[in-house]
Design a protein around this ligand. Sequence first.
Ligand code: 5GP
Length: 203
Amino acid sequence: MQDGLMLIISGPSGSGKGTVVKKLCGIDDFALSISMTTRQPREGELHGKDYIFCTEEEFFATRDSNGFLEHATFSGHYYGTPISYVEEKIAQGMSVVLEIEVVGALQVKNVYPDALLIFLVPPTFEELRSRLKDRGTENDDEIERRIRRAKEEMEELAKYDYLVINDDIDTALEEIRGIVRAEKLKPKRSQSKIDIFFGNNDK
Ligand code: 5GP
């Protein structure tokens, strides 16, 4: 990978990662990867903007033609990151952000070891439960499934680079931006600056 950063944000449903990612893309120069999913759209969600909503057949066809960078199941539905968009942006030296769950995040880390993995959580489990209830997009069974999944996901926390607590969305956003700024200064992500330093910038 050259100077572009592959940023992955994971965290339980209700952690606020969708909001943080959208704000991040509005401020900084990140390309947002749009996932394919077999889940039904929620009210207000748009095809091609929030997700590429697809049938299982379409999902399997993409998977079988190696069209995913990673894919996973979540709460009975399939989710996957189309590889073409991510590879195109990374090849252009752009930074890309993926908002995906833990199994997929660790698959990406295998392919792109320099991917930056950030895990976002609310301050407490109780807060998580009440955020899920308040947003009213899932029924009680689904909320309990998502809470159980959140506990499982947190067992993989040590494989992430950073943990950000989302008590206040703007503070969490600034913490993530701070992490990204520092990461971009790492020598391994600064090849073009090093080339300029040595006068090799046409390479
Ligand atoms: P939701 O149904 O709430 O939109 O998403 C459920 C979970 O799937 C969330 O943790 C979300 O980050 C994750 N997710 C969304 N897109 C992808 C994807 O392309 N790959 C993987 N592995 N997870 C995804």
